[in-house]
Structures are given as C-alpha cells and as structure tokens.
Ligand binder design. Structure first.
Ligand code: GCV
Length: 703
C-alpha cells in the first residue's frame, strides 16, 4: 500500500511538471488535472487526505475509486482508502443510511462536515456515488470544500440516455462516428469506453441507458444478444445505470415464427412474457422497454387495428412482476391526415387514462421533430393521467451536425419552462414531466445520445456540453443553463476567469445564433431532404408531403408561414386558452414562434418596427455574421486553451461560418421572388445565385 501511494505521488508530481500533452478530449469533463492555484490546492489537500468507505457494494467501490482517482489528480497527492475514518480527520467519509436523510429521495445525497471530515451520505449507495461526483465537481470548479454543506435529490426518476445505435455499429443520425458498442466483440471483450461512458453518465446523474436504436432490430431479444446486453449491463451497474432495450414490435413473428404480432393474440402475449423472463434471468435489474411503433414504417399494434394503449399494456403485462417499465413513443404521424403538428396529439390524447400503470408515454419536446426551436408539444399538460417522458435530442440532426457549435442548455430549458397552463399559470412542462403536477410516481427524461466512437466522443468538442447539460437538467431542471455552461467549461476547458467569460457567452448565445441563420422567426423544417443537412427551402417533392419544406413555410406572393389558427389548420386549439391567446394573435405572438402559427404578409410590420421581409433578412444576415462573433470569443480564450483543442474547434467554426452563409444565401434568395423586394440596406445581396447554392445542396445529397 505504502509503495503504491509513493508511486502515485511521484506520478502526480510528474504530471504537474511535465509539459501538457495534447488534449484529445477523451477524458470529457472528468479531467482531474492538478489544481494550479497553490493556495486553493493546499486547502483541498487539507480537506481530502483520505476516502473512508465501507466498500461493501460495487457502487460504493466505484464511488470511492472515482474519488481517490479524481482527488489524487486534482490535489497532486496520494489519497489513500480507509475502511472507516476511525480517529483520522481531514478526509472524505462515505456513508449509506437513512439517518438524517429523511428529506432526500433514494438517489439524493447530502454532504456535510462531521468530526473534521466531510461526510457524503445517502439512503442508497447510488446517492453516495452522485454525491461523490458532486464533491469532485466542487474541486474541479474551484469551490471551497471546508465546511461544505450540500443537499440534492433528483427531481426526475428515470434520467435516460437513448442511444440510436444499430447492431452493425452504425448510429442513426450519429455525427460522432460509429457506435461505442462493439457487438461482435461482446460479451468476451469489454471495451474500456463502456466504463468511461458509465462514469461520465454517473457524474451527471444519468441512471439508465437505452442501448439500441428505436428503429429496432429483433437481434437484441435473442439469447445470443441478451448475453451481450447482460455483459454491458454488468459494466454499467456499478455506476448506478440500468440497461433498457428498444424493441422491434414484430419480434414474435421474426424470432418466434408466429403468424402475427397482434397484442391481443394469446400466443403473442405468451411470447413476450417468455422473452421478459429470459431477459430478467440474465439482467435482474433490467430497466424496461422503449417502443417506436407505427411510426416511419416501423410495425406496431395499429397493423392489427389495435391502439397504442393496447400495445403498450400488453408489454406491461408481459413484464408482470418484473420491475421494468414500458416507454411508448408518441412520435407518430400518418401521411395525408392533416397538419403533422396535430397528429400525435390526436392519436394519443384520447388514450389518456387507458395505459397500464407501468407505461410512460415518451414525447419529443416539440410537435414536429427536434427543430432548432419548436413550441412545446401540445401533449404536455393534456394527458394528466399518464406519466410523460420528455425526449430531447442531443445529437444535432437538425442543428448542423458536428460542425456547428450549438449549446443546447437553453433549448432544453426553454421547453422545461414552457407554461402549459394545464392547471393554471405555472403548470410548466417541467412539472408535468417530473410528475409533481399530476402526482405521478413514475417520471422520466430522455436525451438522444450524441456520443460515438470518436476519440472525443461527440465529434464537436462542445457537443460534450450537451451531454453534460442534459444530465444536469434531468437531475435538476431548476438549474440555469448558464450555470451549467460555466460548470462544464471550468471542468473541461479552463478555470481562468478571463477565458471563462467569452467561452460561457459563446455557449449561451450559440443556439439563438443558429436559429437566426437557419430558421428565424419560427420557420421550421426547411433543411436538406433526408440527410437533414444544409438548407433546402425549395424542397417541394419528397416521399410524403410532410417531408417537404414547402409544406411548412407556405411561402406565396402574400406572405410566409403556416397558419395554424382557426383560419388554418387550427393546431393552436390543442393548447390551453392562455397559450392560444398568447400565440394566436400575430401582433402578440412572440417573434420566435410567429411563423409556426401565422401566415404573415411580407409587408406586415413586426414589433421590431421592420416589415416581415426586412426582419427576415436582418436575422439571416446578422445571424450569419454572428458566427464571426463566436469565432472571436473562441480566439479570446485561446491563451487558456489546450492548443489541439483550440485548433480543432477553430477549424469547425470556420466550417460553421461557411455553412451559415450558405443557409443565409439559400433562404434569402429563395424567398425573395415571393417577397418581390430587394435585400434591404445595409445588407449586400448574396454574391452567388440561387442556382449555385442549390447545386451545393445537390452535391451533398449525391450518393
Ligand atoms: C430514429 C426523425 C429522424 C429519424 C428518427 C426519428 C425518430 O424522423 O429523422 O432518424 O429515427 O426522428 O425519432 O424516431
């Protein structure tokens, strides 16, 4: 033990004096580099001389190992493990128990001083794990440890990362390389990335992982693959995470050889019950199922004229006494049945009250599909008898892939704070989702993962901040995106105040900048066909009308935007009267949502004093120019940044700048003939023609 501690000390000391190697981003925000500020470091050293833990569960062992690894790196001193503090002082004590923890939820934690030690206490070992990461965060963000008192409980129970990963190693819409799961190597080889992803998830409170795409393969339900899934579950378990599976609805046909997958067929029911038993034999803490049914070509209960509730309830029954749940996605829309905005609502709202108590309905943040800005989904607040999981997308399908710097904290917060008015003012989406509004015991929030096999996990380094922000907000939706951005920046990039300012400002503004140069004023779904990359507002023919752009922007000689008031599709009627009142009048509708709900005349004067056409151009031009502002913020932080990291993001910002201009030119040139007006001063008309930008789009869509 002594020799090990001495070696550790030497290594830490070497780490402190050797010139830094290029940072490849692999360590994420769990960097644990030595605290450079000597005074502060000494204070930490005095408060964290050891970690005392009973180490009697795998989770506690993971917590104490993480603390010792983190603290020894940060403090530049060996941090030995003790079974119990005894008479030792100046250390960290891990404790599981109910004493004094009455106010905490099972996964909550308290940190408090006792006998000159800092105690991390929770009713469960998982809570101690979260508290351990909270303590590390204190040091990483340079907050004091002495006398530290913290108390925190998750507001949402199931905080889940949804991987859209396929068995062949590809990722649906994955912009950070291929899947992290190496199915062909499992269960024998356990890639170290599994452990590191679990550490990262645990550090932000994520407690479950749906490991495969919602466009699911039946493979995972075979004994062969269940063995592999069980091996992954074994790696994730000590980090407090359960494994969940997306299921392929027609599995009883594909795997079981049954003639049907009708949920009311007894053989089908038996098949699922057997499948559940097999799963739980291998994975006793299996979390449950996620289902995409009768959506975008996936099979489902409607194939047999059964409702989504009948399908979901059959699966819930099949789970029987097992502890898992069913998360049934509401992302459905049928070709040719009116405004796509309304379809999920029309199909699911009447089913409220018809779902089994083990079923949660998973709803995307907005009614269309992860656009850069959407009004909140009208199902929030409209299904009080059903727990709703909020699904947000971290992978940047519609947000410029991994070349655009877009921090999603503000987007996620925007939907959480949206007021449904379901039970009067203050009935926010957050309160619907955390179960407090309608008193649900089950609650959940899901983030579609943006991680892959890229060395830095997310492709764009700032994509890491989106993974981070999701976890932090799922744990506590009252946190501010700005505070989260600062935390992430301090832990990942630098703690130097002069650099923090521009970096945090850059993160905070990035999403509104992206909206301005792609879909200002509530424009939506005008991106490139199928790949969802780049602009294509002229797209008029696709597999179905609601995959085109013209379906959504409705530009004509009179104006622009989708009339969703009573004179149009009347989708607004799905919201409570207070919301209708706010959004229903073009004069009072916030400009961010204007074209979501109104067809506005080109010469209509907006609250900014400009006409619609002028405002549209102003936003496209200033939005594209703002990418230069992002570049300036990044450059201002350069002295504090790792050179390799700096260069990587700087290059991506150049691409972003190029693509912002592409968006700007495509959109103003395409809409101009409808508006029949010049580009307003002081902006110069694009130097290229619409045909030239269209050609760019064509190139990107070539096979
Ligand atoms: C997993 C959008 C995406 C699809 C995705 C789907 C979904 O349509 O383009 O790639 O499929 O949403 O959320 O199910």
């Amino acid at each position: 033990m002594l020799l090990r501690n001495v070696l550790l000390l030497v290594l830490c000391a070497l780490g402190a004096i050797l010139p830094g190697r290029a940072d490849d981003g692999y360590r994420l925000w769990l960097k644990y580099d030595r605290v450079a500020e000597a005074g502060l470091r000494q204070q930490y050293q005095a408060a964290a001389r050891f970690v005392a833990s009973p180490d009697n569960t795998p989770v506690l062992r993971a917590a104490s190992a993480e603390l010792r690894q983190g603290l020894s790196g940060l403090l530049g001193q060996a941090v030995p493990a003790l079974g119990a503090p005894g008479t030792h002082t100046g250390g960290i004590v891990l404790r599981v128990g109910t004493a004094g923890n009455g106010q905490l939820r099972p996964e909550g934690y308290r940190i408090f001083p006792e006998n000159n030690n800092l105690v991390i206490s929770s009713p469960t070992d998982r809570g101690v794990l979260y508290g351990s990461f909270a303590l590390l965060r204190q040091v990483q963000t340079r907050q004091p440890l002495a006398g530290l008192r913290l108390s925190s409980s998750p507001r949402i129970d199931r905080r889940l990362l949804n991987h859209w990963d396929n068995p062949n190693g590809t990722v649906e819409r994955g912009y950070a390389g291929s899947s992290i799961w190496q199915w062909y190597e499992l269960p024998e080889r356990l890639d170290p990335r599994y452990t590191d992803s679990a550490r990262a998830n645990a550090s932000i409170g994520i407690n479950g992982v749906v490991i495969n795409n919602v466009n699911a393969s039946a493979r995972y339900l075979t004994p062969e693959y269940l063995g592999k899934v069980a091996a992954v579950a074994g790696v994730l378990r000590p980090y407090g995470q359960r494994v969940y599976l997306s299921v392929f609805w027609a599995a009883p046909k594909v795997l079981g050889g049954l003639p049907t997958a009708d949920p009311l067929d007894p053989q089908v029911q038996q098949w699922w019950a057997t499948a559940c038993n097999q799963i739980y034999q291998q994975i006793p803490d299996f979390g449950g199922f996620l289902v995409k049914a009768n959506s975008e070509g996936e099979p489902g209960p409607s194939d047999y004229k059964r409702s989504h509730a009948e399908g979901a309830n059959m699966l819930a029954k099949a789970l029987g006494q097992h502890p898992g749940v069913v998360m049934w996605r509401a992302f459905v829309y049928q070709a040719g049945s009116g405004d796509r905005f309304k379809q999920a609502y029309e199909e699911f709202q009447p089913l409220d009250g018809k779902f089994d108590s083990k079923v949660l309905v998973q709803v995307k943040n907005g009614p269309i599909d992860f656009q850069a800005r959407e009004p909140f989904h009208p199902l929030f607040g409209a299904m009080p008898k059903t727990p709703l999981v909020l699904e947000v997308q971290l992978t940047q399908e519609y947000l410029g892939f991994a070349t655009h710097l877009v921090y999603l904290g503000p987007l996620i917060k925007e939907v959480l704070e949206a007021d449904t008015h379901a039970q009067g003012s203050g009935s926010t989406v957050a309160k619907v989702v955390d179960g407090s509004l309608d008193h649900h015991a089950l609650s959940g929030m899901a983030g579609v993962a943006n991680i892959g096999a890229d060395r830095n996990w997310t492709g764009h380094l700032v994509g890491q901040a989106n993974w981070y922000a999701f976890g932090r907000l799922a744990w506590d939706h009252t946190l501010s995106p700005r505070a989260i951005a600062e935390e992430w920046t301090r832990m990942t990039l630098t703690t130097q105040p002069a650099a923090l300012r521009p970096l945090v400002a850059m993160l905070q503004q990035s999403r509104s900048i992206y909206v301005r140069y792609t879909t200002p004023l509530g424009l939506h779904h005008i991106m490139g066909e199928s790949i969802h990359f780049g602009p294509q507002p002229w797209l008029a023919k696709a597999g179905r009308p609601d995959w085109t752009a013209v379906y959504y922007h409705r530009a004509d000689s009179l104006g622009l935007g989708f009339d969703r008031t009573a004179t149009g599709s009347n989708a607004l009627a799905l919201y409570r009267p207070e919301v209708q009142k706010l959004w229903g009048n073009p004069a009072t509708c916030p400009l961010d949502y204007l074209l979501w709900f109104h067809h506005v005349g080109w010469n209509q004067r907006l609250s900014t004093g400009r006409t619609l056409w002028n405002e549209l151009c102003t936003r496209y031009y200033t939005g594209a120019d703002s990418v230069q502002w992002l570049q300036k913020q990044w450059a201002a932080a350069r002295p504090a940044l790792d050179p390799a990291t700096y260069a990587d993001v700087a290059a991506r910002l150049q691409t972003q700048q190029k693509e912002a201009l592409w968006w700007r030119d495509a959109c103003v040139l395409y809409f101009q003939p409808f508006a029949r007006q010049p580009i307003p001063a002081p902006f110069a008309p694009p130097a290229r023609s619409l045909a030239e930008v269209k050609e760019l789009v064509r190139i990107y869509q070539l096979k």
